[in-house]
Ligand binder design. Sequence first.
Ligand code: PGA
Length: 238
Amino acid sequence: MTKHTRLLVANWKSHKTSAEAQTWLETFRRRVTDLGPQLNSTGKPTMVVAPPFPFVPQTVAALVDVPHVSVAVQDISPFPAGKYTGAVSTRNLEGWPISHAIVGHSERRRYFHETNQEVANKVSVLIEAGITPIVCVDAEYVEQQADVIEKQLRSRCVVAYEPLAAIGTGVSQEVAEVLPVVDRVREAFGAQTAVIYGGSVTVDNLDAYLLATDGVLVGGASLDADEFMNLVEKAVSP
Ligand code: PGA
């Protein structure tokens, strides 16, 4: 049995208009509120909503008083505040209750050419700012990614194991293949590290990943608030 609170992370990527975000937030808020007593009496998962940066203020405003819910960002500048046009630094987020930041997502590595070292630098700035990094890794570079993160910071990360072949494809990875990678992540990042799984998580395969890991990072199935809430309800149902 895991010691970590289970995380259910909704990663919207760059989807949605502000109006669509608002509709999502209102539905989500209503359904989480309806679930209230059940959430308090069971395993208490934490739901983490990761909108695009422009929707952070409205997401915080909609969810700040909802128990078991927190707000994340999908990336962060590896640099401090300064002359870095287009970047969002941790200083820009000061005053906002941001619990987590996703870093090193395979889409960032692939389309924005991010390196393990840049991801490690992001981890450092985030932890300094009191934000928990969710470091995404694929099996082939678990150890290399851990190696470049400052040793004492590794176990303070949540690590999301996201096999490339499973992201957005509808073909999730078998739990039997996930488990050895989870072990490798704990070996590389520290035995206490929270490890979550991402890649075509749906209401039908959720249970298996929640048994094998500390939570899930959900892309496609998080875009519709009702669909995401179906996952949440599944996670809290006895
Ligand atoms: P998916 O995305 O759930 O659509 O596969 C997961 C992710 O990229 O974090």
